[in-house]
Design a protein around this ligand. Sequence first.
Ligand code: ADP
Length: 396
Amino acid sequence: MSDHVLVINAGSSSLKYSLVDGRSGEAAASGLVERIGESQSRHVHHGPDGDAESERAIADHEAALQAALDAFAEHGPALDGIDLTAVGHRVVHGGARFGAPTLIDDDVIAAVTDLVPLAPLHNPANLEGIEVARRLFPNLPQVAVFDTAFHQTLPEAAYTYAVPLAWRDDHGVRRYGFHGTSHAFVSQEAARLLDRAVADVNVIVLHLGNGCSAAAVRGGRSVETSMGLTPLEGLVMGTRSGDLDPAVPAYLARELGRTVDEVDRQLNKASGLKGLAGANDFREVLRLRADGDPGATLAFDVYCHRLRKYIGAYYAVLGTVDAVVFTAGVGEHSPDLRAAALTGLDRLGITLDETRNRAGATRISPDDSPVAVLVVPTNEEWQIAREALAVVGQGT
Ligand code: ADP
Protein backbone atom coordinates (compact mmCIF):
# COMPACT_ATOMS: atom_id res chain seq x y z
CA MET A 1 0.00 0.00 0.00
CA SER A 2 1.36 3.42 -0.92
CA ASP A 3 1.64 6.25 1.60
CA HIS A 4 0.85 8.96 -0.90
CA VAL A 5 -1.83 11.51 -0.18
CA LEU A 6 -3.06 14.21 -2.52
CA VAL A 7 -3.36 17.28 -0.30
CA ILE A 8 -5.79 19.95 -1.45
CA ASN A 9 -6.16 23.47 -0.12
CA ALA A 10 -8.99 25.21 -1.93
CA GLY A 11 -9.36 28.97 -1.55
CA SER A 12 -12.07 31.19 -2.99
CA SER A 13 -10.20 31.75 -6.27
CA SER A 14 -7.25 29.39 -5.89
CA LEU A 15 -6.44 25.73 -5.50
CA LYS A 16 -3.16 24.49 -4.04
CA TYR A 17 -2.25 20.85 -4.28
CA SER A 18 0.58 18.68 -3.22
CA LEU A 19 1.35 15.00 -3.65
CA VAL A 20 2.95 14.02 -0.36
CA ASP A 21 4.37 10.83 1.03
CA GLY A 22 2.70 10.91 4.42
CA ARG A 23 5.45 8.84 6.00
CA SER A 24 8.57 10.64 4.78
CA GLY A 25 7.00 14.05 4.09
CA GLU A 26 8.54 14.10 0.65
CA ALA A 27 6.45 16.05 -1.87
CA ALA A 28 6.68 14.36 -5.27
CA ALA A 29 4.88 17.31 -6.88
CA SER A 30 2.88 20.38 -5.96
CA GLY A 31 1.09 23.17 -7.70
CA LEU A 32 -1.09 26.21 -7.54
CA VAL A 33 -3.96 27.39 -9.70
CA GLU A 34 -4.70 31.07 -9.13
CA ARG A 35 -7.33 33.51 -10.40
CA ILE A 36 -9.89 30.75 -10.95
CA GLY A 37 -12.89 32.15 -12.82
CA GLU A 38 -10.92 34.94 -14.49
CA SER A 39 -9.89 35.10 -18.13
CA GLN A 40 -6.19 34.64 -17.34
CA SER A 41 -5.92 32.00 -14.63
CA ARG A 42 -2.38 30.97 -13.75
CA HIS A 43 -1.26 27.41 -13.12
CA VAL A 44 2.18 26.42 -11.85
CA HIS A 45 3.04 22.75 -11.45
CA HIS A 46 6.29 21.76 -9.72
CA GLY A 47 7.03 18.24 -10.91
CA PRO A 48 10.05 15.97 -11.07
CA ASP A 49 11.32 17.80 -14.18
CA GLY A 50 11.01 21.31 -12.77
CA ASP A 51 8.25 23.89 -13.09
CA ALA A 52 5.56 24.03 -15.76
CA GLU A 53 3.65 27.28 -15.93
CA SER A 54 0.62 28.22 -18.01
CA GLU A 55 -1.94 31.02 -18.26
CA ARG A 56 -5.44 30.41 -19.62
CA ALA A 57 -9.03 30.65 -18.49
CA ILE A 58 -9.87 28.09 -15.79
CA ALA A 59 -13.56 28.48 -15.08
CA ASP A 60 -14.05 26.84 -11.70
CA HIS A 61 -12.55 24.55 -9.06
CA GLU A 62 -13.47 21.43 -11.02
CA ALA A 63 -11.55 22.74 -14.05
CA ALA A 64 -8.69 23.68 -11.71
CA LEU A 65 -8.41 20.19 -10.25
CA GLN A 66 -8.71 18.74 -13.74
CA ALA A 67 -5.86 21.04 -14.83
CA ALA A 68 -3.81 19.68 -11.93
CA LEU A 69 -4.53 16.09 -13.00
CA ASP A 70 -3.59 16.95 -16.60
CA ALA A 71 -0.32 18.43 -15.32
CA PHE A 72 0.42 15.21 -13.39
CA ALA A 73 -0.21 13.24 -16.61
CA GLU A 74 1.89 15.56 -18.76
CA HIS A 75 4.73 16.59 -16.46
CA GLY A 76 4.69 13.81 -13.89
CA PRO A 77 4.61 11.99 -11.71
CA ALA A 78 1.89 9.87 -13.33
CA LEU A 79 -0.81 9.37 -10.71
CA ASP A 80 -1.91 5.97 -12.01
CA GLY A 81 1.53 4.62 -11.15
CA ILE A 82 1.32 5.90 -7.59
CA ASP A 83 -1.66 4.24 -5.99
CA LEU A 84 -2.98 7.14 -3.94
CA THR A 85 -4.19 6.28 -0.45
CA ALA A 86 -6.38 9.30 0.23
CA VAL A 87 -7.16 12.89 -0.57
CA GLY A 88 -6.52 15.23 2.39
CA HIS A 89 -8.41 18.51 2.48
CA ARG A 90 -7.51 21.55 4.50
CA VAL A 91 -10.75 22.82 6.04
CA VAL A 92 -10.53 26.09 7.93
CA HIS A 93 -13.38 25.91 10.43
CA GLY A 94 -14.42 22.74 12.17
CA GLY A 95 -16.24 24.55 15.00
CA ALA A 96 -16.65 22.70 18.30
CA ARG A 97 -17.65 19.50 16.52
CA PHE A 98 -14.33 18.49 14.97
CA GLY A 99 -11.40 17.91 17.30
CA ALA A 100 -9.66 15.50 14.96
CA PRO A 101 -9.25 14.83 11.24
CA THR A 102 -12.33 13.16 9.87
CA LEU A 103 -13.30 10.87 7.03
CA ILE A 104 -15.63 12.88 4.81
CA ASP A 105 -19.18 11.70 4.17
CA ASP A 106 -22.43 13.54 3.50
CA ASP A 107 -22.87 14.15 7.21
CA VAL A 108 -19.49 15.82 7.54
CA ILE A 109 -20.21 17.97 4.49
CA ALA A 110 -23.49 19.06 6.07
CA ALA A 111 -21.67 19.92 9.32
CA VAL A 112 -18.98 21.94 7.52
CA THR A 113 -21.75 23.71 5.60
CA ASP A 114 -23.47 24.57 8.91
CA LEU A 115 -20.20 26.23 9.97
CA VAL A 116 -20.13 28.59 6.96
CA PRO A 117 -21.39 31.57 9.00
CA LEU A 118 -18.26 31.24 11.19
CA ALA A 119 -15.92 31.15 8.18
CA PRO A 120 -17.84 32.71 5.30
CA LEU A 121 -14.74 33.23 3.15
CA HIS A 122 -13.03 29.91 3.74
CA ASN A 123 -15.43 27.04 4.38
CA PRO A 124 -17.40 27.46 1.11
CA ALA A 125 -14.16 27.27 -0.89
CA ASN A 126 -12.99 24.25 1.11
CA LEU A 127 -16.35 22.56 0.45
CA GLU A 128 -16.00 23.28 -3.24
CA GLY A 129 -12.61 21.52 -3.21
CA ILE A 130 -14.14 18.53 -1.42
CA GLU A 131 -17.08 18.24 -3.84
CA VAL A 132 -14.79 18.39 -6.83
CA ALA A 133 -12.31 15.86 -5.45
CA ARG A 134 -15.14 13.47 -4.59
CA ARG A 135 -16.31 13.65 -8.18
CA LEU A 136 -12.86 13.17 -9.68
CA PHE A 137 -11.69 10.54 -7.16
CA PRO A 138 -14.92 8.68 -6.30
CA ASN A 139 -13.06 5.62 -5.02
CA LEU A 140 -10.59 7.32 -2.70
CA PRO A 141 -11.21 8.15 0.95
CA GLN A 142 -11.42 11.93 1.43
CA VAL A 143 -10.24 13.28 4.77
CA ALA A 144 -10.93 16.72 6.23
CA VAL A 145 -8.12 18.19 8.34
CA PHE A 146 -9.39 21.21 10.25
CA ASP A 147 -7.37 24.32 11.09
CA THR A 148 -9.29 24.57 14.33
CA ALA A 149 -9.04 20.94 15.47
CA PHE A 150 -5.70 21.11 17.30
CA HIS A 151 -7.10 23.83 19.56
CA GLN A 152 -10.13 21.82 20.65
CA THR A 153 -8.08 20.84 23.71
CA LEU A 154 -8.18 24.40 25.05
CA PRO A 155 -9.57 24.42 28.59
CA GLU A 156 -12.97 26.03 29.03
CA ALA A 157 -11.45 28.99 30.86
CA ALA A 158 -9.25 29.71 27.83
CA TYR A 159 -11.84 29.33 25.10
CA THR A 160 -14.72 31.10 26.82
CA TYR A 161 -15.44 34.75 26.09
CA ALA A 162 -17.15 36.64 28.91
CA VAL A 163 -20.37 37.26 26.96
CA PRO A 164 -24.03 36.34 27.50
CA LEU A 165 -24.89 32.66 27.69
CA ALA A 166 -27.22 32.82 24.68
CA TRP A 167 -24.39 34.05 22.45
CA ARG A 168 -22.20 31.21 23.61
CA ASP A 169 -24.86 28.48 23.50
CA ASP A 170 -26.94 29.49 20.51
CA HIS A 171 -24.34 31.11 18.29
CA GLY A 172 -21.12 29.29 19.11
CA VAL A 173 -19.34 32.46 20.24
CA ARG A 174 -16.04 31.26 21.73
CA ARG A 175 -12.36 30.98 20.87
CA TYR A 176 -11.65 28.29 18.29
CA GLY A 177 -8.16 29.21 17.10
CA PHE A 178 -6.63 28.51 13.68
CA HIS A 179 -3.33 27.44 12.07
CA GLY A 180 -3.78 24.28 14.15
CA THR A 181 -2.16 22.05 11.53
CA SER A 182 0.95 24.20 11.65
CA HIS A 183 1.01 24.47 15.45
CA ALA A 184 0.66 20.68 15.70
CA PHE A 185 3.46 20.01 13.21
CA VAL A 186 5.85 22.59 14.64
CA SER A 187 5.34 21.63 18.28
CA GLN A 188 5.98 17.96 17.41
CA GLU A 189 9.10 18.95 15.49
CA ALA A 190 10.30 21.01 18.46
CA ALA A 191 10.06 17.97 20.74
CA ARG A 192 11.93 15.90 18.19
CA LEU A 193 14.70 18.52 17.95
CA LEU A 194 14.97 18.63 21.73
CA ASP A 195 15.12 14.83 21.72
CA ARG A 196 12.22 14.67 24.15
CA ALA A 197 8.80 13.02 24.07
CA VAL A 198 6.02 15.33 22.87
CA ALA A 199 4.16 14.64 26.10
CA ASP A 200 7.08 16.03 28.13
CA VAL A 201 7.59 19.43 26.54
CA ASN A 202 5.92 22.81 26.83
CA VAL A 203 6.25 24.97 23.77
CA ILE A 204 5.23 28.46 22.66
CA VAL A 205 4.75 28.41 18.88
CA LEU A 206 4.77 31.67 16.93
CA HIS A 207 3.32 31.15 13.45
CA LEU A 208 4.15 34.38 11.62
CA GLY A 209 3.05 34.36 7.98
CA ASN A 210 0.52 36.60 6.29
CA GLY A 211 -1.78 35.46 9.05
CA CYS A 212 -0.12 35.25 12.46
CA SER A 213 -0.96 33.31 15.58
CA ALA A 214 0.66 32.14 18.78
CA ALA A 215 -0.10 28.93 20.64
CA ALA A 216 0.82 27.60 24.06
CA VAL A 217 1.24 23.82 23.76
CA ARG A 218 1.53 21.70 26.90
CA GLY A 219 2.62 18.12 26.32
CA GLY A 220 1.36 18.14 22.74
CA ARG A 221 -2.00 19.71 23.59
CA SER A 222 -2.90 23.27 22.71
CA VAL A 223 -3.94 25.11 25.88
CA GLU A 224 -4.11 28.67 24.61
CA THR A 225 -4.02 30.39 21.24
CA SER A 226 -4.31 33.92 19.96
CA MET A 227 -6.87 33.66 17.16
CA GLY A 228 -10.46 33.47 18.29
CA LEU A 229 -13.92 32.96 16.84
CA THR A 230 -12.33 34.09 13.58
CA PRO A 231 -8.70 34.58 12.51
CA LEU A 232 -8.95 38.33 13.25
CA GLU A 233 -7.95 38.21 16.92
CA GLY A 234 -4.46 38.24 18.38
CA LEU A 235 -1.16 39.22 16.80
CA VAL A 236 -0.61 41.97 14.24
CA MET A 237 -0.87 40.37 10.78
CA GLY A 238 -0.32 41.35 7.14
CA THR A 239 -3.72 42.97 6.73
CA ARG A 240 -5.56 42.04 9.97
CA SER A 241 -5.53 44.20 13.06
CA GLY A 242 -5.34 41.47 15.66
CA ASP A 243 -6.43 42.54 19.16
CA LEU A 244 -8.30 45.77 19.68
CA ASP A 245 -10.96 47.12 21.97
CA PRO A 246 -14.16 45.28 20.96
CA ALA A 247 -15.95 48.64 21.03
CA VAL A 248 -13.97 49.91 18.01
CA PRO A 249 -16.24 48.46 15.27
CA ALA A 250 -19.40 49.93 16.78
CA TYR A 251 -17.67 53.27 17.39
CA LEU A 252 -16.42 53.48 13.80
CA ALA A 253 -19.71 52.33 12.32
CA ARG A 254 -21.39 55.22 14.15
CA GLU A 255 -18.69 57.80 13.42
CA LEU A 256 -18.29 56.94 9.73
CA GLY A 257 -21.87 56.00 9.01
CA ARG A 258 -20.63 52.61 7.79
CA THR A 259 -22.12 49.19 8.36
CA VAL A 260 -20.40 46.89 10.84
CA ASP A 261 -19.64 44.59 7.86
CA GLU A 262 -17.72 47.39 6.16
CA VAL A 263 -15.69 48.05 9.29
CA ASP A 264 -15.08 44.32 9.70
CA ARG A 265 -13.76 44.20 6.14
CA GLN A 266 -11.34 47.04 6.87
CA LEU A 267 -10.13 45.28 10.02
CA ASN A 268 -9.47 42.15 7.95
CA LYS A 269 -8.14 43.66 4.74
CA ALA A 270 -6.77 47.15 5.43
CA SER A 271 -5.30 46.90 8.92
CA GLY A 272 -2.26 45.17 10.46
CA LEU A 273 1.02 45.97 8.69
CA LYS A 274 -0.92 47.37 5.75
CA GLY A 275 -2.79 49.81 7.94
CA LEU A 276 0.35 50.90 9.78
CA ALA A 277 2.98 50.83 7.04
CA GLY A 278 0.97 50.82 3.81
CA ALA A 279 2.49 47.43 2.94
CA ASN A 280 1.33 44.01 4.06
CA ASP A 281 4.46 42.16 2.93
CA PHE A 282 6.89 41.97 5.82
CA ARG A 283 9.92 42.24 3.49
CA GLU A 284 8.56 45.52 2.19
CA VAL A 285 8.03 46.74 5.75
CA LEU A 286 11.67 45.89 6.52
CA ARG A 287 12.84 47.76 3.40
CA LEU A 288 10.79 50.85 4.24
CA ARG A 289 11.99 50.75 7.84
CA ALA A 290 15.61 50.56 6.71
CA ASP A 291 14.95 53.75 4.72
CA GLY A 292 13.70 55.44 7.89
CA ASP A 293 9.99 55.39 7.00
CA PRO A 294 8.11 56.30 10.23
CA GLY A 295 5.01 54.20 9.43
CA ALA A 296 7.09 51.09 8.79
CA THR A 297 9.16 51.72 11.92
CA LEU A 298 5.99 51.97 13.97
CA ALA A 299 4.54 48.87 12.28
CA PHE A 300 7.63 46.84 13.18
CA ASP A 301 7.54 48.10 16.76
CA VAL A 302 3.83 47.36 17.24
CA TYR A 303 4.24 43.90 15.68
CA CYS A 304 7.15 43.07 18.03
CA HIS A 305 5.54 44.57 21.10
CA ARG A 306 2.40 42.47 20.59
CA LEU A 307 4.48 39.36 20.04
CA ARG A 308 6.54 39.90 23.19
CA LYS A 309 3.36 40.49 25.18
CA TYR A 310 1.96 37.16 24.00
CA ILE A 311 5.19 35.31 24.78
CA GLY A 312 5.01 36.65 28.34
CA ALA A 313 1.34 35.76 28.65
CA TYR A 314 1.83 32.22 27.34
CA TYR A 315 4.83 31.75 29.62
CA ALA A 316 2.50 32.50 32.50
CA VAL A 317 -0.14 30.11 31.13
CA LEU A 318 2.38 27.27 30.78
CA GLY A 319 4.37 27.87 33.96
CA THR A 320 7.49 26.31 32.49
CA VAL A 321 8.59 26.64 28.89
CA ASP A 322 11.03 24.36 27.10
CA ALA A 323 11.05 26.09 23.74
CA VAL A 324 9.91 29.17 21.88
CA VAL A 325 9.52 28.29 18.22
CA PHE A 326 9.34 30.61 15.23
CA THR A 327 7.71 29.42 12.03
CA ALA A 328 6.11 30.55 8.70
CA GLY A 329 7.42 33.22 6.30
CA VAL A 330 8.33 35.97 8.77
CA GLY A 331 9.25 33.68 11.66
CA GLU A 332 11.51 31.50 9.51
CA HIS A 333 13.21 34.28 7.58
CA SER A 334 13.53 37.45 9.62
CA PRO A 335 16.38 37.46 12.17
CA ASP A 336 15.65 41.16 12.85
CA LEU A 337 12.13 40.35 13.91
CA ARG A 338 13.21 37.41 16.07
CA ALA A 339 15.86 39.48 17.83
CA ALA A 340 13.55 42.42 18.42
CA ALA A 341 10.65 40.28 19.67
CA LEU A 342 12.80 38.49 22.25
CA THR A 343 14.62 41.55 23.57
CA GLY A 344 14.47 41.84 27.35
CA LEU A 345 13.28 38.30 28.04
CA ASP A 346 16.59 37.02 29.51
CA ARG A 347 15.11 36.84 33.00
CA LEU A 348 12.61 34.32 31.60
CA GLY A 349 15.51 32.20 30.36
CA ILE A 350 14.89 33.29 26.77
CA THR A 351 18.15 34.42 25.16
CA LEU A 352 19.37 34.58 21.59
CA ASP A 353 22.74 33.69 20.17
CA GLU A 354 22.90 36.45 17.55
CA THR A 355 25.43 34.62 15.39
CA ARG A 356 23.15 31.59 15.19
CA ASN A 357 20.14 33.82 14.64
CA ARG A 358 21.79 35.56 11.69
CA ALA A 359 23.23 32.30 10.30
CA GLY A 360 19.80 30.71 9.93
CA ALA A 361 20.47 27.95 12.49
CA THR A 362 17.68 25.77 13.83
CA ARG A 363 18.55 26.38 17.49
CA ILE A 364 19.22 30.09 17.81
CA SER A 365 19.65 30.22 21.60
CA PRO A 366 22.92 29.32 23.36
CA ASP A 367 23.25 25.62 24.17
CA ASP A 368 23.03 26.26 27.90
CA SER A 369 19.98 28.57 27.86
CA PRO A 370 17.04 27.21 29.89
CA VAL A 371 14.57 27.86 27.07
CA ALA A 372 15.51 26.71 23.57
CA VAL A 373 14.65 29.18 20.84
CA LEU A 374 14.07 27.30 17.60
CA VAL A 375 13.32 28.13 13.98
CA VAL A 376 11.27 25.31 12.48
CA PRO A 377 9.91 25.47 8.93
CA THR A 378 6.25 24.55 9.02
CA ASN A 379 4.95 21.83 6.72
CA GLU A 380 1.18 21.83 6.79
CA GLU A 381 0.96 19.59 3.71
CA TRP A 382 2.93 16.83 5.42
CA GLN A 383 0.87 17.18 8.58
CA ILE A 384 -2.35 16.93 6.56
CA ALA A 385 -0.98 13.90 4.69
CA ARG A 386 0.02 12.03 7.84
CA GLU A 387 -3.23 12.85 9.60
CA ALA A 388 -5.11 11.61 6.52
CA LEU A 389 -3.08 8.39 6.58
CA ALA A 390 -3.87 7.93 10.26
CA VAL A 391 -7.60 8.33 9.56
CA VAL A 392 -7.57 5.67 6.84
CA GLY A 393 -5.60 3.33 9.07
CA GLN A 394 -2.24 3.70 7.35
CA GLY A 395 -0.63 5.97 9.94
CA THR A 396 2.29 5.12 12.18
P1 ADP B 1 1.06 32.48 4.25
O1 ADP B 1 0.45 32.85 5.55
O2 ADP B 1 0.39 33.11 3.07
O3 ADP B 1 1.36 31.00 4.08
P2 ADP B 1 3.93 32.78 4.50
O4 ADP B 1 4.13 31.84 5.62
O5 ADP B 1 4.52 32.45 3.18
O6 ADP B 1 2.45 33.22 4.30
O7 ADP B 1 4.55 34.20 4.98
C1 ADP B 1 4.45 35.33 4.18
C2 ADP B 1 5.14 36.47 4.90
O8 ADP B 1 6.51 36.10 5.12
C3 ADP B 1 5.16 37.76 4.09
O9 ADP B 1 4.85 38.86 4.93
C4 ADP B 1 6.59 37.83 3.63
O10 ADP B 1 7.00 39.16 3.47
C5 ADP B 1 7.32 37.20 4.79
N1 ADP B 1 8.66 36.79 4.38
C6 ADP B 1 9.00 35.88 3.46
N2 ADP B 1 10.36 35.84 3.32
C7 ADP B 1 10.86 36.76 4.16
C8 ADP B 1 12.18 37.22 4.48
N3 ADP B 1 13.24 36.72 3.88
N4 ADP B 1 12.30 38.17 5.45
C9 ADP B 1 11.22 38.69 6.04
N5 ADP B 1 9.96 38.31 5.79
C10 ADP B 1 9.78 37.36 4.86
